[in-house]
Each structure stands twice: as structure tokens, then as C-alpha cells.
Ligand binder design. Structure first.
Ligand code: R5P
Length: 297
């Protein structure tokens, strides 16, 4: 029997191409929200003896976490042989330390809940900063798919003479790797965050790159403030309008307007979260990672 890809209705436009490419059967997870805010999930497919993959990207994670755990729990109760999680975007990775006294280190309880309910996890470019690897945090077999090779391909095909710019040291792992594969120079700036949408970017003297197209590279584009401030800093030094290349299109609030106002030329993202800026399709490497996990179950 082919593996079953369980998708929350309306949350996974990526699922159809994945099911087609990997030969999985698709089945919906029906989700009803009661007037009091509780939710009810329903799995209509026959699950007995099946290997199940729950597809759930974790943008706005608080809304979907309980339904997600309930779906995994129910799949097992209904006889699934194994239940894995495909979360192309993995939430709560940035709160990886107690920045202020008394704060939750949210990445830990989140990881514990996921690790308890699933047999394995496949995700794309989690924000690993203070944790060296995903399995330093998640207690289940996991595979990290990297968007870097396809970002570098996109860059080679679409941008002439780029210079890559990482807005902060946390972006180094992405900007450095994309630059190496694309054969482009890169520079990493310094960021100070004062609040959710209040960041300061120190831009060194980079006028020597004036004849190149600046491409900002980051893993997550959320409020857009990090990239917007970087765009402003580069424009102030006379560089051309930068292109912004990010893996995860979180786009919280009015991020797009903020970036347009700052003078960004174009926004390009991977399809870990469905968004109009998606131009990098990760279906093939994700399908490959899933097949590897399923062979092991
Ligand atoms: C954190 O360091 C991440 O790599 C991103 O730079 C950050 O999440 C971007 O957030 P925002 O778009 O809200 O500035």
C-alpha cells in the first residue's frame, strides 16, 4: 500500500505535486472550529496498517498545533502503522534561549510535543542558531532538507553579477552556502533587534559592489523589517534596488508594503509556505527525504 499523505484542508497547495511526484495517496484532515474556539479533526481515510505522513507547515503555529497533535494521535488510534510529520516550515526555532528572565525557551516544549506525537520529522532549513543540529532539540529521527542548492540555481539563472548580502550573523549559514554554489561574493552585516518590528542594521562601507546587483539572503522573512532596514542601508550607499531571497515566506502583518516602501526590487521565496513570491520549488528534495524515512519505517 502506498503511503498516505494527510493534509489539513486549505493549508497545503504543495501537497498535490508532492503526492504526484512521490506516488503517495492524498487524504484530507477535516478541521472544524467550534464557536467556543475548540477544534475537532476528522480523518475519513482507512488508516489501518498504513504509513502516514501528516503535511503541515507551521506558520501561525498556535492555531494549528492542537489539531496537528490530535490528528497524529487519532491516526495511531485508527491503526496507522507509522505517523511522520512533514513540516516544511518549523516554527518556534528562534526562541532558543531565555532572552529575558522568566521567559519560556519555546523551542524546547514545542519540540517535545512534536517529538512525542510523531515517529519522524522532515523539515526545510530550520532556524538552527544556538542548537547545532535539529536532533540536539528534537528527540525523533529527522531530516533537514536544504533550499540552498535550488536558491543558488535560481540565482545563477536569474541574476547577472550578484553580490549577496546577509543581514546578520545568523544568516551566514545560508548566504555563505548560496554564494559558494552560485560563485558570487558575499558580505554579512550586523543586526541589533530592539523589538518585534524594530531592528537596526549596521552596513559597512560596501561601495565597491556598486556595479553588482545586491541580493539579500535570509532564512525567514517575517515582519520584513530585517530586510527592509538592510535595503535602506544599501540604497543609502548608492547600490541598485536589492532583490530579497528568503526560504520561508512568513510575511507577518504588512511585510510586503514595508519592503516595497524601503525600495526592494523583487521578493523571491521557496514554497515551504504558500505565497505569491514563491519561485523556488522544493517538491523534489522533500519527496526524496520522505522516501528515505519511509524506507526505514
Ligand atoms: C532571525 O535571525 C531570522 O534569520 C530572520 O532574520 C528574522 O526572523 C527576520 O525577521 P523579520 O522579517 O521580522 O525582521
Amino acid at each position: 500500500m502506498s503511503p498516505l499523505l494527510l493534509c489539513f484542508e486549505g493549508r497545503a497547495p504543495f501537497a498535490a505535486s508532492l503526492a504526484r511526484l512521490a506516488g503517495f495517496e492524498e487524504a484530507p484532515v477535516a478541521l472544524h472550529r467550534f464557536p467556543d474556539g475548540e477544534s475537532l479533526v476528522r480523518l475519513d481515510a482507512r488508516l489501518a496498517g498504513r504509513d502516514c505522513i501528516v503535511f503541515c507547515t507551521l506558520r501561525a503555529p498556535d492555531e494549528i498545533l492542537f489539531p496537528l497533535l490530535a490528528a497524529a494521535y487519532t491516526a495511531r488510534e485508527l491503526g496507522a502503522r507509522s505517523v511522520g510529520l512533514l513540516a516544511p516550515y518549523l516554527a518556534y526555532m528562534r526562541q532558543d534561549r531565555r532572552f529575558n528572565a522568566g521567559e519560556a525557551v519555546s523551542s524546547r516544549p514545542f519540540a517535545q510535543l512534536i517529538s512525542t506525537h510523531f515517529d519522524w520529522l522532515v523539515t526545510v532549513d530550520p532556524h538552527l542558531h544556538r542548537y547545532p543540529r535539529l536532533d540536539a532539540l528534537y528527540r525523533l529521527p529527522s531530516t533537514v532538507v536544504s533550499a540552498v542548492p535550488l536558491m543558488a540555481d535560481w540565482l545563477r539563472r536569474n541574476v547577472d553579477r550578484p553580490v549577496l548580502v546577509g543581514p546578520d550573523e545568523e544568516s551566514l549559514q545560508w548566504v555563505g552556502a548560496v554564494a559558494e554554489l552560485a560563485g558570487a561574493p558575499f558580505v554579512v552585516l550586523e543586526k541589533r533587534r530592539h523589538g518585534d518590528a524594530d531592528v537596526e542594521i549596521a552596513v559597512p562601507d560596501i561601495e565597491r559592489w556598486r556595479d553588482r546587483t545586491p541580493v539579500l539572503v535570509d532564512d525567514i522573512l517575517s515582519t520584513g523589517q530585517t530586510l527592509a532596514q538592510t535595503v535602506r542601508g544599501l540604497r543609502a550607499q548608492g547600490l541598485a534596488a536589492p532583490l530579497c531571497l528568503a526560504v520561508h515566506a512568513v510575511f507577518a502583518g504588512d511585510a510586503e508594503r514595508r519592503l516595497a516602501d524601503a525600495g526592494a526590487a523583487r521578493l523571491v521565496t521557496a514554497n515551504t509556505i504558500a505565497h505569491a513570491t514563491n519561485a523556488i520549488d522544493l517538491t523534489a528534495p522533500v519527496a526524496h527525504a520522505l522516501r528515505t524515512h519511509l524506507r526505514r519505517t
